[in-house]
Write a protein that binds this ligand. Structure first.
Ligand code: ATP
Ligand code: MG
Length: 320
C-alpha cells in the first residue's frame, strides 16, 4: 500500500509522529519532497535536534529556506523555546498588568507567577507560527516533523492546557472588571483584555484546524517492535480524544530480504509484530517501508523512500 489522499486539495496540514528513532523525520521529509512536485510545500521541523538539516544534508534554520534540486519545497525550523521567548518579550507588559489587577496577589506572588511559564504556551506558540503560515496561505501543503511521541502529544494537547489558563486569567479579569464597574459605573476593555482575547483566538484557530479531518491529518510512524506498537496505540488513542483521527500508518524498517541468515531471522522475528500491527490498526491504511541497506540521508536516498511511500507497486513485501 502507498500513502493515500495526501494530494487532496483540502488537506493542508500533515503531521508525522511516533516513538523515538522510528523514522518520522525521514518519512516527513520524503513526503514533503513528493508533495512538492505538485504543490507549493512547506516542511516544518518542530524538533530542536535539527534532524531535518541532517536528513536533507542542507542547512535549515529559523528562516524559510528554499531547497534546491526539488519541486517547490521550503523548510523552516520552529522551536518552541524560541517562539515562547518572542511571545514573552512581546507581552510581558500585559501579563504583568493581568496579575497586578488580581486583588489576591501581592508583589512577590506576581514576580513568582511571571517567572513560571504558562502551561502549554511554548508549544502553542510554535503551533501558532504554523497556523500563521497556513492562514497567510503562502503554501498549499504544510508537513510537520515532530520530536518523539511525548512532544507530539504536548503539541496536540497544548491548546487545551492554554485554554484552562485563559479561563483562570479571565476570572481574574472578570473580578477586576466588576470592581471597576462598581466604583466608576463603566469599564473600558484594555490591553490585557485584548491580549487574552488574542490568545483565545489562537487556541480556537489551532483547535479548528487540528479537529478538521479534511484539512489536517496525523500520520503515525511505527516499527515492528513491541514498544513501538504500544506507544503508537497510546498516541492514537490520545489523539482520538482530541478528535484527531489517523487514516494511515507507516510501518518502517520492515525486513524485506531473506537472502542471508541474519535477514531471515530478522524477518521471522518481525512477522508476529507485523501481524499484531495489522490487527491493532486494522482501520488504518498500512504503508510498509523496507529496511534499506544504508541510512536515509540526502535527496537521492530520500527519493527511494518517496517511491516506496507513494508508489504501492514498488513495495513488494507482503506480510500475510
Ligand atoms: N527504512 C529505513 N532503512 C534504513 N534506515 C532508516 C530507515 N528509516 C530510517 N532510517 C534511519 O534511521 C535513523 C532514524 O531515522 P529518523 O531520524 O527519521 O527517525 P526519527 O523517528 O525522526 O527519530 P527521532 O525520534 O530522533 O526524531 C536515521 O539514521 C535514518 O537514516
Ligand atoms: Mg526526527
Amino acid at each position: 500500500m502507498a500513502l493515500k489522499g495526501l494530494e487532496n486539495n483540502d488537506l493542508e496540514l500533515i503531521i508525522f509522529g511516533g516513538k523515538g528513532g522510528v523514522g518520522k523525520t525521514c518519512c516527513a521529509v520524503a513526503t514533503a519532497l513528493a508533495l512538492s512536485e505538485n504543490f507549493k510545500t512547506l516542511l516544518i521541523s518542530t524538533d530542536p535536534a535539527h534532524s531535518v538539516s541532517d536528513c536533507l544534508e542542507q542547512q535549515v534554520g529559523f528562516n524559510l529556506v528554499k531547497i534546491g534540486g526539488t519541486g517547490n519545497l521550503s523548510v523552516i525550523e520552529v522551536v518552541a523555546e524560541e517562539a515562547l521567548s518572542g511571545f514573552i518579550a512581546e507581552h510581558q507588559g500585559e501579563l504583568k498588568k493581568l496579575l497586578e489587577t488580581s486583588t489576591a496577589l501581592d508583589d512577590a506572588d506576581i514576580e513568582e507567577m511571571l517567572s513560571l511559564t504558562i502551561p502549554g504556551i511554548d508549544e502553542v506558540m510554535s503551533f501558532k507560527t504554523i497556523i500563521d503560515f497556513i492562514e497567510e496561505g503562502q503554501f498549499e501543503k504544510y508537513v510537520v516533523d515532530t520530536a518523539p511521541t511525548g512532544h507530539a502529544l504536548r503539541l496536540i494537547s497544548s491548546p487545551k492546557m492554554l485554554d484552562e489558563w485563559i479561563k483562570v486569567a479571565a476570572k481574574i479579569r472578570w473580578k477586576y472588571r466588576y470592581m471597576i464597574t462598581s466604583f466608576s459605573g463603566s469599564y473600558q476593555p484594555d490591553a490585557v483584555d485584548t491580549f487574552l482575547l488574542g490568545l483565545k483566538k489562537t487556541v480556537n484557530r489551532i483547535e479548528n484546524i487540528l479537529g478538521n479531518n479534511t484539512k489536517c491529518e496525523f500520520i503515525p510512524v511505527c516499527i515492528p517492535e513491541a514498544m513501538a506498537i504500544l506507544e503508537t496505540e497510546r498516541l492514537l488513542s490520545i489523539l482520538a480524544k482530541s478528535e484527531i483521527i489517523g487514516r494511515q500508518i507507516i510501518v518502517n524498517n520492515v525486513m524485506a530480504s531473506d537472502e542471508c541468515e541474519y535477514c531471515k531471522r530478522r524477518k521471522a522475528g518481525q512477522l508476529p509484530y507485523l501481524k499484531e500491527i495489522s490487527k491493532t490498526f486494522e482501520n488504518l491504511n498500512m504503508v510498509e517501508v523496507p529496511m534499506f541497506a544504508e541510512e536515509i540521508k540526502g535527496i537521492a536516498a530520500l527519493g527511494k523512500l518517496k517511491e516506496v511511500l507513494f508508489k504501492a507497486e514498488t513495495n513488494e513485501h507482503n506480510i500475510n
